[in-house]
Design a protein around this ligand. Structure first.
Ligand code: COA
Length: 259
């Protein structure tokens, strides 16, 4: 499941995807986006994968889209590049499995945007976040104008996008972008611990919750609540609901079958 610019390995139900162009701080070019899209497709359909973790090789998570490649883009090429980036983000968001960003260093521009496409973000204390695109005469193009505002609120998103300010992990946690911050050498172990804890729960139910949360933000409250009510009741037809509730009543740990 490994490509030239994206590594992937599966262990104990956790797929770890490592973005791998460390010589340019994992800058996103066309090849990397294609490799990433391919790996996302593979892990989303691999029955051995229960949960996905994305990180970066070397000192960066992703220092943005590849400026050297983008510099010569025509508007048409920029549109195709934007489409490609959006497909990657949608691949993460619509995957029926939790995806955690383990941000090990710089997550700038497309780096912050990829992290925002994950279900939540854990960061090393060395991580840095930002949308510096206006300093290059462009705007965030992989969903940053939309997902950042949905995550940290419109005022904070405007401030970060207009100033291009780079914030550290502690500030990212304070504004609700990051769930938790760990020492750099502990980051991957802590993220795997969190992933393992999630894997003891009903993953079929978690996949349903993910879809409701992601789709619900674009619906009226009334429509989203109806969608929730239908999904809630449908889960009473799942094996996991029987397993979870029977285990509770019998004071045992549930052994979910994820269906
Ligand atoms: N696109 C292309 N190349 C990039 C890159 C990007 N987004 N970010 C870093 N690189 C390359 C650098 O050009 C450099 O290559 P070189 O060794 O051939 O000169 C290499 O990665 C290392 O980066 P460098 O700038 O020397 O590291 P640093 O630690 O001094 O600075 C950053 C790190 C992240 C602050 C700096 O690289 C930076 O500002 N990158 C661009 C961030 C950005 O604007 N992203 C949004 C793009 S839309």
């Amino acid at each position: 499941m490994t490509r030239e610019t994206v590594l992937s390995e599966v262990s104990d139900g956790i797929a770890t995807i490592t973005i791998n162009r460390p010589e340019v701080l994992n800058a996103l070019n066309m090849q990397l986006l294609g490799d990433l899209l391919g790996v996302i497709g593979e892990v989303s359909t691999d029955a051995d994968v229960k949960i996905v973790v994305i990180t970066g090789a070397g000192k960066a998570f992703v220092a943005g889209a590849d400026i050297a490649q983008m510099k010569e883009f025509t508007t048409r090429q920029a549109l195709a590049f934007g489409d490609f980036g959006h497909s990657v983000l949608l691949g993460l968001e619509t995957m029926d499995k939790p995806v955690i960003a383990a941000v090990n260093g710089y997550a700038l521009g497309g780096g912050t945007e990829i992290a925002l496409g994950c279900d939540f973000i854990y960061a090393s204390s060395k991580a840095k976040f930002g949308q510096p695109e206006v300093g290059l005469g462009i705007i965030p193009g992989f969903g940053g104008t939309q997902r950042l505002a949905r995550t940290v609120g419109m005022n904070k998103a405007r401030e970060l996008i207009y100033t291009g300010d780079i914030i550290d992990a502690a500030e990212a946690k304070r504004i609700g972008l990051v769930g938790d911050v760990f020492a750099p050498e502990e980051l991957m172990d802590k993220v795997r611990e969190k992933a393992q804890a999630i894997m003891t729960k009903g993953l079929f139910a978690i996949g349903t919750a993910k879809r409701l949360i992601n789709k619900g933000v674009d619906l009226s409250l009334d429509a989203a609540l109806e969608f929730e009510k239908q999904a809630f009741s449908a889960l009473f037809g799942s094996e996991d609901q029987k397993i979870g509730m029977t285990a509770f009543v019998e004071k045992k740990a549930p052994q979910f079958r994820n269906r």
